[in-house]
Design a protein around this ligand. Structure first.
Ligand code: SF4
Length: 243
């Protein structure tokens, strides 16, 4: 009886995993899956002069947005006014990832527009860039009740979209703002204060962690640390520009 119970739990887990794998494939643009045995599948042949067409990042982002739709995949949809997908250049060299929309973001459907957003604008400005040059999004797209930290299951469900966004844009550097973004992308439980100050990698893309602007508003003594992290981002962007 016990082994039967284990079997059903494992099966449910596998089904859940496959469901999200299929969702990811669809978001990536896969529309149909071939039927029949693997041997009967015909793959188109590429002649030596052919190039594999690169899908436009703007199109990919539009397709991800379409897939999210009026998402109800987790309980966070219950209290939202607007789903906050993300904003900025689809070809951004730098992507900022925060935690979740707050009050103002939920009202306007735009990420980082409240007090923390104004501080993020200053941070972007210090890099010699504007919001149009970068891309800004969050780990979860709907505001958690009373701005609580998103739960692990909500992060697991929604981060599928964040991963797809990052893969569509393929930036030269990612800046994780705060614990939630840093821990989700680096799959760790270490705090941002332990993770900042060194260069990480996310699927081959350099990643820098720093404090969330909302935390910085409450703890202005951490300003120097954040400017140090921004300086590191600036150096990486300049290095890559210089080839
Ligand atoms: S937080 Fe993400 S998964 Fe949950 S309802 Fe909103 S968009 Fe969907």
């Amino acid at each position: 009886m016990e082994s039967l119970r284990h079997f059903s739990i494992e099966t449910a887990g596998t089904v859940h995993h496959l469901k999200w794998l299929l969702a990811s494939l669809r978001i990536s643009g896969a529309k149909d899956f071939p039927k029949g045995s693997p041997h009967s599948i015909q793959f188109p042949s590429l002649s030596s002069g052919d190039t594999i067409p690169r899908i436009d990042p703007a199109q990919k982002l539009a397709s991800i947005k379409e897939q999210i739709g009026e998402c109800r995949r987790c309980r966070l949809h219950e209290g939202r006014s607007h789903l906050v997908f993300g904003e900025g250049s689809p070809t951004a060299r730098l992507v900022f990832v925060g935690e979740a929309p707050g009050f103002d973001e939920d009202r306007q459907g735009i990420p980082f527009v409240g007090r923390a957003g104004k501080l993020l604008n200053k941070m972007i400005d210090s890099l010699g860039l504007t919001r149009d040059h970068v891309y800004i999004c969050n780990v979860v797209k709907c505001r958690p009740p009373r701005n609580r930290t998103p739960n692990a299951d909500e992060i697991e469900i929604c981060s599928v979209f964040l991963i797809q966004q990052l893969m569509a844009i393929k930036p030269e550097i990612i800046c994780a703002l705060g614990n939630c973004a840093a821990q989700t992308l680096l799959e760790t439980s270490n705090s941002v204060s332990r993770l900042r100050g060194r260069l990480h990698q996310w699927r081959g893309i350099p990643l820098i962690c720093t404090f969330h602007p909302a935390y910085l508003l409450r703890n202005p003594s951490q300003k120097a640390a954040v400017w140090q992290d921004l300086h590191e981002i600036y150096s990486i962007l300049n290095e890559q520009e210089g080839g």
